[in-house]
Design a protein around this ligand. Structure first.
Ligand code: SAH
Ligand code: SF4
Ligand code: F3S
Length: 481
């Protein structure tokens, strides 16, 4: 058992090795700072999902440890990292266009190091693209090598030429990488990495490797630490958190992990994403229902309401099984917020099958959905299907889907009018200073009149109005004085 636990981890020696590279670059940067009077700056651009945001917080953590000041201004930086996503064509186009935009910065500052990492550059054809067409990219590595960032950067400085790390790296769990968190209230904690599901449309298993779980002790320690530091909303991350622990060869599962985290004393919420419906157990729902800290929010991607399409997607559940889970969640937690992901225009999706998805939305009554137009991903089975749907038809279905869901979202938010909800206050909204925003346990955004002392606090808000995308209210019983 002990052997299995250690097997999926990057060795302590390897992590120590990386710390040595951190110190070497730090010394170089401190010397440069003494000469120029200011610390070199690093800009890290993140595209993609929460997993990538979490990875970028590690890149920033390592960059900071290496003596860089993290900045939002690429034009002032000595190091630019683009952490890419490959989930849809649009994400890749955006990454390539951003990389393109940084080219002129290099012309002004030949010492600038431009690095590209993340999911897009795990794919061989993209590695070749960068090699051939983006000659000014100095550093390239995939998702398995994030913890080797200091070593690869050092190599770049030493060699004075491009370091394109495209060798097959083993996908492991790296503990002890420095993290620089973007937000003081809300934090990500990865519980597992990778995916074994191979949904037929999805690139993730090809660019993130097989499932590997962190040991529970490391997760519990990180959550304890975050609660002690005052974090109020902690999201446990994984492509399919419900398979947590399976690879560790123990009977301890995700529900057990949630139950143990819930015992950590403090005032905080635990969220998690994403759950795959095929693995969502009653045990998990029961643990949530009886917990103190686990937010009553389920993000449970349905993808389609048609059994034929679900099968072609290799999702391994039927709509009936899916709706059974929703019914059980609502039986145990009537106020639970349920959100979902839907793909329209999957190859071969007929008008009738699309209508089944619309009907499924009406039956499921999600609070909110993320909807996507199917995008063929090179190397996935669905991309090889000959019955691709025309883009204009995909768009029409997408619009119809949104119209149907908007009505449902509006009704679900209107239902909350007159209720009092607990809201974690983020701070002033972008457009109007006196209007503050926060989020409910279910992740719904709420606007209300707030004050600076409310930031980071849990508030009771009387909801006065709900529209399709947000709730509006006022703080209950503000104590005067
Ligand atoms: N692991 C999560 C999802 C990660 S990707 C899960 O299984 O639920 C987030 C969402 O992107 C997916 O739920 C899916 O709806 C969408 N998606 C993935 N691949 C896609 C593709 N090729 N085209 C369009 N949408 C896609
Ligand atoms: Fe992609 Fe499916 Fe894995 Fe989610 S479960 S990451 S959709 S392959
Ligand atoms: Fe996430 Fe995009 Fe990679 S969605 S896992 S960053 S392909």
């Amino acid at each position: 058992m002990e052997k299995m636990k250690k097997n999926n981890q990057v060795s302590l020696e390897e992590m120590e090795n990386q710390r040595q590279f951190i110190w070497q670059i730090r010394a170089k940067n401190e010397k440069a700072a003494l000469e120029s009077g200011s610390r070199p700056k690093a800009y890290i651009l993140t595209l993609g999902c929460q997993q990538n945001e979490a990875d970028s917080e590690k890149l920033s953590g390592m960059a900071e440890a290496m003596g860089y000041e993290i900045t939002q201004a690429p034009e002032q930086s000595s190091l630019i990292m683009v952490n890419t996503c490959a989930i849809r064509e649009h994400a890749e186009k955006r990454a390539l266009s951003m990389i393109g935009q940084f080219k002129h910065l290099k012309a002004n500052n030949p010492d600038l190091v431009i690095g590209v990492c993340g999911c897009m550059v795990v794919q061989e054809h993209r590695i070749q693209d960068i090699k051939r067409r983006y000659s000014y990219v100095d550093l390239l590595f995939g998702t398995a090598s994030i913890h080797r960032f200091p070593e690869l950067l050092w190599k770049k400085f030493q060699a004075g030429k491009r370091v394109l790390c495209s060798e097959e790296e083993e996908y492991l769990v790296a503990e002890g990488v420095p993290v620089r968190r973007e937000n003081k209230l809300r934090a990500w904690v990865s519980v597992m990495y990778g995916c074994n599901n191979f949904c037929s449309y999805c690139i993730v298993p090809y660019v993130r490797g097989r499932e590997r779980s962190r040991i529970k002790e490391a997760i519990l320690e990180e959550v304890k630490q975050l609660v002690a530091e005052g974090y109020k909303d902690i999201t446990l991350l994984g492509q399919n958190v419900n398979s947590y622990g399976k690879d560790l060869g123990e009977s301890y599962d995700f529900a057990d992990l949630l139950a143990e985290i819930d015992e950590i004393p403090g005032e905080y919420w635990i969220h998690f994403m994403t759950s795959h419906p095929k693995d969502a157990t009653r045990k998990l729902i029961d643990v949530m229902a009886s917990s103190q800290h686990i937010a009553r929010h389920f993000h449970l991607p349905m993808q389609s309401g048609s059994d034929r399409v679900l099968n072609a997607m290799n999702r391994r559940y039927t709509f009936e099984k899916y709706i059974g889970i929703l019914d059980y969640i609502r039986e145990k937690m009537p106020d639970a917020v349920i959100t979902s992901d839907i793909i329209v225009g999957f190859p071969g999706e007929t008008e009738e099958e699309f209508e089944e998805t619309l009907a499924a939305l009406r039956r499921a009554r999600f609070d909110m959905i993320f909807s996507f137009i199917y995008s063929p991903r090179k190397g996935t089975p669905a991309a090889e299907l000959y019955c691709q749907i025309a883009p204009n038809e995909q768009s029409r279905r997408y619009d119809a889907l949104l119209m149907t869901q908007n009505e449902i979202s509006l009704a679900s938010n209107e239902c909350l009018e007159g209720k009092t909800l607990r809201v974690l206050c983020d701070g002033p909204s972008k457009n109007r200073e006196e209007v503050y925003s926060g989020r409910t346990e279910g992740g719904k955004i709420v606007f209300f009149e707030g004050k600076p002392e409310h930031i980071g606090e849990f508030l009771e808000i009387d909801i006065e109005r709900g529209d399709t995308f947000a709730l509006y209210g006022r703080i209950k019983n503000i104590s005067e004085g």
